[in-house]
Design a protein around this ligand. Sequence first.
Ligand SMILES: Cc1ncc(COP(=O)(O)O)c(C=O)c1O
Length: 412
Amino acid sequence: MTVNEEKLKQDFPILSQIVNDEPLVYLDNAATTQKPRQVLDAVVQYYETANANVHRGVHTLAARATEQYEGARETVRRFIHAEETAEVLFTRGTTTSLNWLAQSLGDAVVEAGDEILISYMEHHSNIIPWQQLAKRKQAKLVYIELTKDGQLDLADAKAKITEKTKIVALTHVSNVLGVINPIKELTKWAHAKGAVMVVDGAQAVPHMPVDVQALDADFYAFSGHKMLAPTGIGVLYGKRVWLERLAPVEFGGEMIDFVYEQDSTWKELPWKFEAGTPNMSGAIGLAAAIDYLEAIGMENIFAQEQAVAAYLLPKLAAIDGVTVYGPKDASLRTGVISFNIDELHPHDVATAFDMEGVAVRAGHHCAQPLMRYMDLAATARASFYVYNTQADADKFIDAIQKTKEFFSYGLN
Ligand SMILES: Cc1ncc(COP(=O)(O)O)c(C=O)c1O
C-alpha cells in the first residue's frame, strides 16, 4: 500500500483552513504535528465515557480508565517492539524523558572525571540536561564532530567512545538536518566500552519503523505530539535491568508501595517512575495515533518521506541562491529540509511563506551549538509528514520562487 495523502488530509480538520487567502500548507511538522479526527475522537470519548483517576479506585469508571491507560502502554510497547510494558514509561515528552535520565542515570553511573558523549547535531533537550549533569559531577561533556554534509563523523565517534565514556546520548534523526544516524552501530561501539546508550527518538519514531530491541539501545525517548498525538504525553523506554537499578526522579502519589514517616518504598515497574496522576487522555490519544500510523504502515510513511526528499532536493539545488543543509542523498534523511535563501533572513522567508499560506519554521531550531558549528545564525525549515501531498511540495517550491521575487523588488 502506498500513502494516499489527499485522502488522509481529510482526517485532519485543522488542515482545511484558509490562511492569508490561501489553503493552508502545514510544513512545520518537526515542531509539532496536527491531529486526525480519530485521535480527537478517542480523547473526547475517553472523557465522555471513562474518565476517572487510574490505579486508585475500585469503581467501574476507575477500572475502565485504568484498563485504557494500561492498554495504551501495551500499544506503545508493540509499536516500538519493547519486550514488556514494564519498560515503557509515560512522561510529558522527550525533554522530560531526557531530564529524568540525566538525573537518575547520571547519578547512578557518572563520577568526576568521566565523560558523557553527545554530538553537535543535538537538540537543546539532549544537550542541556547532560551539560548540567557534567557540571554537577565534574564530568566532561564531549561532542562528536560532523562531516561537511552534516552527517555524524563516525570515525570521530568511534575514537571518542572510550573507557572514560559512561553515557552516549545521540539523536536518531536530526531535527535540523533530517539526517538519520546509524544508532545500531553506535550502540555496539558504546556497549563495547561499557557505556550506556541513550537515544533521542523525537524525530525518528513518528517517521520510520523503530525496534528498540533491534537497536539494542538502553534508553529511547520520544514525544506524542510529533506523531499525531496530543501534547503533554511522551515515552521513555528503558531496558528492565536499567530501570530496576535506577532511582525514581519524581516522588508522590501513585509511585509508592509503603510510606513511613522517615522512608518509603516504591511500586514495581513501570509505576515506580510515574508519580502523580498521569496524563490518561494523552496516553489514550497516543495509542489512537499509533493505531492510525500503523494502519498506514510505518514502512510506507518512511518511504513517502524519503520520496518527498528525493523529489525536492534536486529541485532546490536548481534554484539560484538557495542553500539546503544536510546530506544531498535523500536515502540518508527524512522529510526535514533546512534551507536559506541568499541575502534573506530566515524570519523574513518564513513570513513571506506565511503570506502564501505555507507554514515553515525559522530560527535556531533549539540547536544553537549546531548553528554555531555550521557558522549560521538561523535557517528556515520545512518539515513534511504523512498528510503532506505532492501539491504541498510544489507549493513549497513555488513559495521559494515567490519569496525571491518579492524581496528582489523587481531587480532580477
Ligand atoms: C530531536 C529533538 N529532540 C528533542 C525534542 C524535544 O521534544 P519535546 O519538546 O516534545 O520534549 C525535539 C523537539 O523539537 C526534537 O526535535
